[in-house]
Design a binder for this molecule. Sequence first.
Ligand code: PAF
Length: 286
Amino acid sequence: MRTVTTLAELREAVSTLRRAGPVALVPTMGALHEGHLALMRRAAELAPNVVASIFVNPAQFGPNEDLAKYPRQLAQDKALLEAEGVALLWAPTVDQVYPEGFATSVSVKGVSDGLEGHWRPGHFAGVATVVAKLFNQVQPDFAVFGEKDWQQLAVIRRMARDLDLTLPDVSRIVGLETVRETDGLAMSSRNRYLSAEERAAAAMLPRATRAAIVAIGAGRDVAAALEELERTLLGAGFASVDYATLADAASLEPLTERQPEPMRLLVAARIGGTRLIDNMPVGQSA
Ligand code: PAF
């Protein structure tokens, strides 16, 4: 695997790869775990050349978020990518991505506004801006993202469609089902912040989410099912629940009742100092 850290090297390396066939991009912020490696494997099924990026993007962190303490482990990440057969790692410095005077921001209205967008103002503009840049820099034939960040995936798809970004069409932005620990907790680089006690309690997040989905599927009132989900999390030791929302899977518009179109139940909750998110399909979108 070759690692490049400047745009000039990236362009040269990608054009060499492209001569050998299509390219699939997996953008990451590093601190790789099994969930990321599953993305690499999916990318390898889509294209012979897998390009991974590792960039802890300051633009998507709010002033009180964990940018400074976000885990950075480049040597270990490189070894993991190498073992997956990734061809090229794009690991730019902050000034390569945001040079002096950088003044552009990509904002995706509607789908960015609620849920994470409400709790993390500016987060999705930071994500959309960096992903637009990554798409332009690498010009991949496919890009693979985890469904754990369901709203992020919806924002990226909308942005790519609206801006006619270089991927041939939005179906080339591929979502991969969330990879989970054996107790159901979604894999996340932030899980390492949890104490042993918090980690044990965190398993209630997927469990209670699934229970709410079953209840809604059985015809329980949506608001009542979501309230019970919140109560269960608080009872299990979560400090607060930012949201537990049934939403249209594509627009992320909140729903008070079931609908025939695909739906998603999305949850964000805090345990100790850590904020966890999860989401699952509801009904026919499963
Ligand atoms: O999901 C992530 O790791 C990040 O939000 C992404 C897509 C790499 C953009 O920085």
